[in-house]
Unconditional design. Structure first.
Length: 551
């Protein structure tokens, strides 16, 4: 049975803990205070012994670092990928590099999806003597592939579902082992992505388990924020660390588990236990008004939150109609344009940002020349990430095409300074701008379908596919809003059937319901939920719930 605490409660610093709390409960506030308490009282910290505070987004690390209020050599606030890269991959990858064909002298962490193309696919399939697989089908499979972790080990690199080997023949699938050919090609060039960091870390730790002892010696305390987002491999890594002298502390909420596509389950939070772990629960909500909390409680009946600040406000509003028209109406109702829109899909949030319903073509294989396509994709992503104030991601994109960071800074500055010259132009105009103004060498075109593609599609269509990341952007995905809160929130439901998360909620078994629950829980003062249509039957079902309807 969990002990009930508040977001200001203190617990013993030398015990492992699990803190369960709903949205707006002050989980991060509590964790930051606990870290400060450990810093003040622990006798196990020193020049080389530190606290590791792990979270899952750069926004999360920035938030915790700012709340700690000072730079402390005894605390490493980091994402799980950065933690594993710094403590496992970077110092020890040379031990296994030859066995996986990784060129490890100058490793670059990149978005390798930019390299997925018909040209690369054809080369790999020919080399593997699998020419009977159509390159286009292989590319689609690669775009959906990731490392799969089951029963304490990584097994295969493949898509979640089989992909056809030929468009014209059903039930004729690409063999799973074919996909890892792409990984080997990337590794031979020294390129890895974030998914690879997890896989390579597992390879190293599995072959050299004594490294756990070295990591334990460096980190007597490991705390994890938003633990419900923990990847299964990381779950097992923490269990190994916690069964020795390391104090493991986890903070989270299983109803906010929304990363099932990478293997995360709601059961992981409940099932995680290390020796002498104490369980706690925070039942208050210090973020939202009483009316918003009542609405959230109507969706999540098994975990009732109480208002900590007792602030009254307006009922949440279901606003029916076109999303752009309804968003404008919401701005008028709030008497401010400071209204954050949250959507499940990136394409919807970007369509709001650009006031359009364009479909992104950024992940398409639109060029027969792999080098040209990779440079164009990387530059577009770098520019858009930089405009979102996410320079980390921008540099990762530029590292794909250039290792000279000084030159990359010059390129990026020019692209940003003259953004208006190409943002509304065709991809061919962008190609010419990059070649003639920025001075980046690009292979020339011959007449044909690929040149026609560049002439008939514009820059914004490509930019639509870039993930929103910056907290200051008005339109973003719900996944990217994790750990944040906003005064006014406008949640977009693409179809009326999505109202199921309100009418018949099932947070335990339905991830889509959890995603929209998370989106609604970001609101501090006013919450609007947009749906394109509303039937009379659903209108009746909603009438008994704590939400107003505006047609």
């Amino acid at each position: 049975m969990a002990t009930i605490i508040t977001s200001d409660s203190k617990i013993p610093i030398e015990e492992s803990f699990k803190v369960s709390a709903g949205p707006g409960a002050g989980k991060t506030h509590w964790l930051v205070n606990h870290i400060k308490q450990v810093l003040a009282k622990s006798k196990r910290l020193g020049a080389v012994k530190k606290i590791a505070c792990i979270t899952y987004t750069n926004v999360g690390t920035d938030t915790i670092s700012k709340r700690l209020q000072y730079n402390n050599d005894c605390v490493d606030v980091t994402t799980i990928h950065s933690f594993l890269y710094a403590n496992v991959v970077k110092p020890y990858v040379h031990l296994i590099a030859n066995t996986i064909g990784l060129q490890c002298e100058n490793i670059s962490i990149i978005d390798d999806s930019n390299y997925i193309s018909i040209g690369i696919a054809t080369k790999l399939l020919s080399k593997a003597k699998k020419r009977w697989i159509e390159a286009e089908c292989y590319c689609k499979g690669l775009h959906n592939s990731r490392w799969h972790y089951n029963n304490n080990q990584f097994t295969e690199y493949k898509p979640k579902r089989p992909h056809q080997a030929k468009k014209s023949i059903q039930n004729y699938y690409i063999p799973n082992e074919t996909y890892v050919l792409f990984k080997h090609d990337m590794w031979n060039q020294g390129f890895i992505n974030y998914d690879d960091i997890l896989y390579i870390s597992w390879l190293i730790l599995n072959k050299y388990p004594n490294l756990y002892t070295l990591i334990r010696a460096k980190y007597p305390y490991i705390f994890v924020d938003e633990f419900q987002d923990t990847i299964p491999f990381v779950n097992d890594f923490l269990l190994c660390m916690g069964h020795q002298s390391t104090v493991i502390g986890i903070v989270g909420d299983k109803a906010q588990s929304i990363y099932g596509f990478i293997g995360v389950t709601t059961q992981q939070f409940d099932n995680f236990k290390v020796p002498n772990m104490q369980e706690y629960e925070i039942q208050s909500n210090r973020r939202s008004t009483i009316q918003i909390i009542d609405f959230l409680n109507s969706i999540r009946t098994t975990f009732t939150q109480q208002s900590e600040n007792g602030e009254y406000g307006e009922k949440p509003v279901l606003i029916v109609g076109d999303k752009l028209d309804c968003y404008q109406k919401t701005i008028e109702l709030c008497n401010t344009d400071n209204v954050k829109t949250l959507a499940y899909r990136n394409i919807i949030s970007n369509s709001m940002r650009n006031n359009s319903d364009f479909t992104s073509i950024l992940e398409d294989d639109f060029d027969s020349n792999t080098e040209r396509q990779c440079i164009i994709k990387s530059l577009i992503k770098a520019v858009e990430y930089a405009k979102m104030n996410d320079l980390r991601s921008a540099w990762h994109q530029l590292d794909t095409i250039n290792t000279d960071r000084t030159l990359s800074i010059i390129w990026l500055r020019r692209l940003l300074q003259r953004y208006d010259e190409y943002r509304n132009q065709t991809l061919m105009d962008f190609y010419n701008f990059v070649s003639n103004v920025i001075g980046i060498h690009l292979p020339s075109f011959r007449e044909g379908q690929y040149k026609s593609f560049y002439l008939s599609h514009n820059y914004l269509e490509a930019a639509m596919g870039v993930n929103n990341v910056d907290a200051n952007i008005k339109h973003k995905t719900i996944h990217k809003s994790k750990g944040e809160e906003f005064d006014n929130v406008f949640v977009i439901l693409p179809e009326e059937k999505d109202l199921e998360f309100i009418i018949h909620p099932d947070l335990d078994n339905n991830e889509t319901h959890r995603v929209y629950y998370v989106g609604c829980s970001r609101a501090r003062k006013r919450l609007f939920i947009n749906v394109p249509t509303l039937s009379e039957n659903n209108n009746q079902l909603l009438s008994s719930l704590p939400i107003d309807i505006l047609n």
